[in-house]
Design a protein around this ligand. Structure first.
Ligand code: SAM
Length: 289
């Protein structure tokens, strides 16, 4: 089977199979070899790695992953792509194609089955409509992962890397930085895909922390506090925690004073460390505790 990573070969496969792009599945296929090679290099895959690819499409990146890795598990939701993948990947004995919605998959189960429960690497050109649920699902599953190297919307990559006090900083920045160290590898223009997306893209590598950079007694409560703090951006922290997490204002005020923070501070000014202190000091309001 010839390499798919060029516009001519991608169009040939699409026409031969009478494949119709489905917007609802976020289908923008990569056609740029330089970008593909950069994804493979920056994900630091070796023959001892098991890789999970989310959304293989027609198998363009899967071919390159199969050459670099020990085993590739490719999870694709679109039934029309499964026979195409069976054809384009038939020469690779180290690829397992799974027809499923990745959000419904038990990742720990997959890792136990295909990699004896040892950590895997995730590599993907993600469907942009579900980037955040996919990334959060991967982290929150607590499945053993070394890293996640993914193509996302440039704007989402900026949010993942953002620091306090900037316009991009929010719940996604804090969650990603709690679990990993994010690094943008490359910016990718729309002409690197068929069809072209309406937005710029970026490859970002999230290297999982072996231990989180802050220590909290309940990380679910930390994320409840963070989500509430950014629920209504223009509100003060005092008001957002009251409406979003049901925390009495006098209790939040007391903690803010203890932390030497202003009564009118907003969530976007707090670092991960400050959110950790805040959530531990308000743990008595965690009804699930
Ligand atoms: N990897 C291919 C490439 O780079 O050319 C395709 C990338 S395309 C941006 C996203 C892929 O994810 C599509 O193949 C789409 O059908 C698939 N997809 C969308 N939603 C999915 C889901 N919930 N679970 C698994 N795959 C999904």
């Amino acid at each position: 089977m010839s390499k798919l990573i060029n516009p001519q070969e991608t169009i040939r496969i699409i026409q031969k199979n009478d494949f119709k792009f489905q917007k609802r599945f976020g289908q923008n296929f990569l056609i740029d070899e330089g970008v593909l090679l950069n994804i493979i290099t920056s994900s630091e895959i070796t023959k001892s790695d098991c890789v999970l690819e989310i959304g293989p499409g027609i198998g363009t990146m899967t071919q390159a992953l199969a050459e670099a890795a020990g085993h590739v598990i490719a999870v694709e939701i679109d039934a029309n792509l499964i026979p195409i993948l069976n054809e384009t990947l038939k020469d690779y004995t180290n690829v397992t194609i799974i027809h499923s919605d990745v959000l419904k998959l038990d990742l720990n189960d997959i890792i136990n089955t295909y990699n004896d429960g040892k950590p895997i690497k995730v590599v993907a050109n993600l469907p942009y409509y579900i980037t955040t649920p996919i990334i959060m699902g991967l982290f929150e599953s607590n499945a053993p992962l070394y890293s996640i190297t993914v193509m996302v919307q440039k704007e989402v990559a900026d949010r993942m890397q953002a620091v306090p006090g900037t316009k991009d900083y929010g719940a996604l920045s804090l969650a990603v930085q709690y679990y990993s160290n994010p690094e943008i590898v490359q910016l990718v223009p729309p002409n690197c895909f068929i069809p072209r997306p309406n937005v710029g893209s970026a490859v970002i590598r999230l290297t999982r922390h072996s231990v989180p950079p802050v220590n909290v007694s309940d990380d679910k409560w930390l994320f409840k506090i963070i989500k509430s703090a950014f629920g209504q951006r223009r509100k003060t922290l005092l008001n957002s925690l009251s409406s979003g997490a049901g925390i009495p204002k006098d209790a939040t005020l007391e903690v803010l004073h203890k932390m030497d923070l202003s009564e009118t501070i907003r969530g976007e000014a707090l670092s991960l460390m400050e959110f950790a202190t805040l959530s531990d000091n308000l743990i008595s309001f965690n009804i699930n505790n």
